[in-house]
Design a protein around this ligand. Structure first.
Ligand SMILES: Nc1ncnc2c1ncn2[C@@H]1O[C@H](COP(=O)(O)OP(=O)(O)OP(=O)(O)O)[C@@H](O)[C@H]1O
Length: 348
């Protein structure tokens, strides 16, 4: 766990970059620091590995104050990834990644084989190993940056806008790969971004900062979307937060109506009971029976119900057989009841 205890940073010249910050970043989870430009995210991140020294307050990693630790030892346990990867331009990709294992006392051969393994882990094939950073795309360079940060197998990783220098499509791919990697590795990660969508997607916890280095809210993505503490956070997380919050709940508890006719249309099934589509008045089958399983998100079910020609989504089992229908007005009732239940739980 990384703990900020009433941390203040005032830079020479008088501007307060971080103002009485207290928060706990859980072990093995990813915490994303997000907020508008200049609100103290990078300063907070850099105080963890002592690249910036707090004016007052303490930062502890697993209960140990970082200020009392040898800088070199501290940083060996903390991987650091920055925008544009920050690779050594005159070293090959392989040597960029092998540098850290070499510093840690491995032989050249061991270091290179460890580096090769890491490159594979981040999705780069052997052909990239001999290239120089300039011969890679931005997304590939970022992957090398992540591999290099992982090379010392540090329990903690700091990432400063690691995905912002690449285009949205590449970023999407990097997000997916990174989430998969983190699922395996379970590092304690602090990541900075100015992109709230990225924060909501990647963060187990999200810290929203506001101007002046104040922490506006610290919570799970779902908490931010459903219970923003004030107008600033509500505005920052965006207007469609209600709909987006539905991504975090599955359809497991969503009641279904029996399969049958609905709104003058009939759900047509094949011989095995799998939905083929909707048919009106004995006409042709419209092959748009939007189907979901109990593991899918409420957001997906809502979207299916809205886009269905009859306003209903079809739940199927693992075998593809139709189990029941959810009409969009059932969904509205369900969501209203869920909201009331949660409000009651909060006030209890
Ligand atoms: N070395 C420095 N000396 C003086 N002031 C600084 C220094 N570094 C940052 N600041 C100021 O501290 C405040 C917080 O900066 P910081 O880089 O932590 O913000 P940020 O939220 O990461 O911003 P961005 O999203 O633009 O990177 C800003 O007002 C910035 O101008």
């Amino acid at each position: 766990m990384i703990t900020f205890e009433d941390v203040v940073k005032v830079y020479p010249g008088g501007s307060t970059a971080v103002d009485h910050l207290s928060m706990e970043l859980p072990t093995g989870k990813m915490t994303v620091l997000v907020g508008p430009s200049g609100c103290g995210k990078t300063t907070s991140l850099r105080m963890i590995n002592r690249m910036v020294i707090p004016t007052s307050g303490r930062i502890l990693i697993d209960g140990k104050d970082v200020s009392g630790q040898d800088e070199a030892v501290l940083r060996r346990g903390i991987g650091y990834v920055i925008q544009h990867a920050g690779l050594f331009p005159h070293r090959t990709v392989l040597d960029n990644v092998a540098t850290v294992p070499l510093l840690l006392g491995k032989t050249r051969r061991e270091a290179r084989s460890a580096a090769m393994e890491l490159l594979e882990r981040v999705g780069l094939t052997a052909e990239f190993a001999k290239r120089y950073p300039a011969q890679l795309s931005g997304g590939q360079q970022q992957r090398v940056g992540v591999a290099r940060a992982l090379a010392a197998d540090p329990p903690v990783m700091l990432m400063d806008e690691p995905f912002s220098a690449v285009d949205p499509v590449v970023r999407e791919g990097l997000h997916r790969e990174f989430l998969r990697l983190q699922q395996d590795l379970g590092k304690t990660i602090a990541m900075v971004t100015h992109d709230i969508d990225e924060a909501i997607k990647l963060g187990d916890m999200v810290a929203v900062f506001r101007q002046g280095g104040h922490l506006a809210q610290f919570g799970t993505p779902q908490e931010l979307l459903e219970q923003p503490v004030d107008d600033f956070v509500a505005e920052f997380v965006g207007r469609d937060r209600g709909l987006r919050s539905l991504s975090f709940d599955t359809a497991a508890d969503l009641p279904v109506q029996p399969v049958g006719s609905f709104d003058g249309a009939e759900l047509v099934l094949d011989d095995a009971g799998r939905p083929l589509g909707w048919r009106r008045d004995g006409g042709t089958i419209e092959p748009t029976a939007g189907v979901f399983t109990t593991g899918d998100s409420l957001r997906m079910v809502t979207d299916l119900a809205i886009t269905s020609p009859v306003g209903a989504a079809v739940r199927v089992g693992a075998d593809g057989k139709a189990e029941g229908l959810v009409r969009h007005h059932d969904l509205v009732d369900f969501l209203a009841a869920r909201r009331d239940r949660r409000a009651a739980e909060r006030s209890a």
